[in-house]
Design a protein around this ligand. Structure first.
Ligand code: PEP
Length: 250
């Protein structure tokens, strides 16, 4: 089955609302590719202006985070129904920065995945190993643990629509990319795990991205691998280079 590629930018805590609008305008002619889903995951304060600015284009908007309750006394949080009402389609869940700095554990991330799906959002579920884990040979054990816990109780049909991002922590924001073979090996391992937990059809449908210093120079090689269905891109999503990543598969 041919899976549609998905290239998503993760803007992190960058871009004020006015900077966000300028970036959207700059990227507009550069990110046109009918064969690829293009997503900008933006800071909460940029969601409404960016949703308006991308109307009529091929770009969808994602959030970088959300809370597990629909509404109530959770000062500072944003719920899945709020995101949906604002026009958001995707939400990043379990980015290593949130796991690390904000101590989000797998039980909490599992609740987020379920809440996002129930609200009609597509989770971009992140997983990935530390340098120490890679060097001690436990990469796949760790990732299997993360995915199994984060998807506990999620149905095969919902997993088919999910996006999983394999992001080795040692490659995020460091300029160090996993080699295309390293990235392929883990992405295939994740697909095999999905087949093991669910079935072949689900494994065949789920889209698996690579993330970690992906840029205009290395995207084509990574995206040519059979189990890499796209990229989650931090630094390079904030400049014109992002257009080259979107079109790297051409
Ligand atoms: C990320 O934050 O998801 C990421 C992959 O960042 P970078 O591309 O900057 O390594």
């Amino acid at each position: 089955m041919a899976r549609r590629k998905i290239i998503a930018g993760n803007w992190k805590m960058n871009m004020t609302p006015s900077q966000a609008l300028a970036l959207v305008e700059e990227l507009k002619p550069l990110v046109v590719n009918p064969d690829v889903d293009v997503v900008y995951c933006v800071p909460a304060i940029d969601i409404v202006p960016v949703v308006n600015a991308v109307k009529g284009t091929n770009v969808e908007v994602g959030a970088e985070n959300m809370y597990i309750e629909d509404k109530g006394a959770y000062t500072g949080e944003i719920s899945a129904p709020m995101l949906v009402d604002a026009g958001v389609k995707y939400v990043i869940i379990g980015h290593s920065e949130r796991r690390d700095y904000f101590k989000e554990d797998d039980a909490f991330l599992n609740a987020k995945v379920k809440k996002a799906i129930a609200a009609g959002l597509t989770p971009i579920l992140c997983c990935g190993e530390s340098l120490e884990q890679r060097e001690t040979g436990v990469t796949m054990d760790w990732i299997r643990l993360q995915i199994k816990s984060d998807l506990a109780g999620v149905s095969a049909d919902d997993v088919k629509n999910l996006v999983i991002a394999y992001e080795p922590i040692w490659a995020i924001g460091t300029g160090k990319t996993a080699t295309a073979d390293q990235a392929q090996e883990v992405c295939k391992g994740i697909r095999d795990l999905i087949a093991e937990i669910y079935d072949e059809a689900t494994a065949d449908a789920v889209r698996i991205q690579y993330g970690g210093s992906m840029n205009a120079g290395n995207a084509a090689e990574l995206l040519a691998k059979p189990d890499i269905d796209g990229g989650l891109i931090g630094g390079a999503s904030l400049k014109a280079d992002f257009g080259k990543v979107v079109n790297a598969g051409k």
